[in-house]
Design a binder for this molecule. Structure first.
Ligand code: GLV
Ligand code: GLV
Length: 335
């Protein structure tokens, strides 16, 4: 192969490797038995000659790595993720390295996990499963694991981009929920969808669903029964949900986060969960992954899963393929 492309992790499927090999690349996959590679590990992988790297969201792609890649002749880097808060794009620019991410293929998979966590929290599925396995079930009772009915409640979406809008559609259509959303941009297609679905329900003699674009985030927090967070993580969204904003939410609200952990002040969240046993959360991401803040693991009103929102076979293979195309495009374009 003319080009040397490094992947810091083995990735699902074979299509991504074949694509690279067909275009004259030699592919090297790091198989080091270590979940998260350090900057030093990756510098060693890059070595003296490297044309492109496919990396992971757990890695810190800043000056040190882009300078090493640039010195090795590398011109392209792709994160195998849609989020790129782990990538210093300015540093990449300084070293002349093009940066890619993998949007699109993970939209529905991620939205489906947010929907899953919403419903699981509403119906207390994880608690009920533990109860059953714990041998505590002694027979049907009128008050056993009573949860929330989603129908005609309000779903709140913070960040109505690709993923937030897909989630909103699922909750509106699947559960006949009303929508309130907050975003800097108007989600025109989402609004049209809810309007059309409302008309469909009305034509069938049912109460229509409604939508509202909130003028502030607090408006969503105040009014929604289920709130899902879908912003990008940057300086403006760090601790977006803090102690004060948790206090604005309904006592029996459900909060879901499949975006990035630091969007929530997790210490404040643990306190809030303790003080409000009817408040429930579904979390896919954490402030200090892989760790949880003290006390979170003991909360029965929290469902926690290990950053698996994009984890469907189709999506992960798609992400790998897009990441490979991202590093290829540069070299193909140059030819
Ligand atoms: C996963 O968290 C991603 O950003 O793709
Ligand atoms: C519950 O199982 C019912 O029949 O109402």
């Amino acid at each position: 192969g003319k080009y040397r492309v490094v992947s810091t992790k083995p990735m699902p499927g074979t299509r991504w490797i074949n694509l690279l090999i067909q275009q004259d690349c030699r592919v090297e996959i790091c198989t080091q038995n270590k979940t998260i590679l350090s900057v030093e590990d990756i510098i060693a992988l890059i070595g003296d000659k490297c044309d492109g790297v496919i990396g992971q969201l757990t890695e810190d792609w800043g000056d040190a790595l882009f300078s090493a890649l640039s010195k090795a002749g590398g011109k392209a880097f792709s994160n195998m993720a849609v989020g790129y808060n782990n990538v210093d794009v300015n540093a990449a620019n300084r070293y002349g390295v093009a940066v890619g991410n993998t949007p699109g293929v993970l939209t529905e998979t991620t939205a489906e996990l947010a929907a899953t966590l919403s419903v699981a929290a509403a119906r207390r599925i994880v608690e009920a499963d533990a109860f059953m396995r714990g041998g505590l079930y002694e027979g049907w009772l009128p008050h056993l694991f009573v949860g929330n009915l989603l129908k005609r409640q309000t779903v709140g979406v913070i960040g109505a981009g690709r993923i937030g809008s897909a989630y909103a559609r699922m909750m509106v259509e699947g559960f006949k929920m009303n929508l309130i959303y907050y975003d800097l941009y108007q989600a025109t297609r989402l609004e049209k969808f809810v309007t059309a679905y409302g008309q469909f329900l009305k034509a069938n003699g049912e109460q229509p669903v409604t939508w509202k674009r909130a003028s502030s985030m607090d408006e969503v927090l105040r009014e929604a029964d289920v709130i899902s967070l879908h912003p990008v993580l940057d300086k403006t969204t760090y601790h977006l949900v803090n102690k004060e904003r948790l206090a604005v939410m309904k006592k029996e609200a459900i909060l879901v986060n499949c975006s990035r952990g630091p969007v929530i002040d997790e210490v404040a969240l643990v306190e809030h969960l303790k003080a409000n046993p009817m408040f429930r959360v579904g979390l896919d991401v954490f402030e200090d992954e892989p760790y949880m803040k003290p006390g979170l693991a003991d909360m029965k009103n929290a469902i926690v899963v290990p950053h698996i929102a994009s984890a469907s076979k189709w999506t992960r293979e798609g992400m790998a393929t897009l990441a490979a195309l991202n590093v290829l495009v540069y070299h193909l374009y140059k030819k």
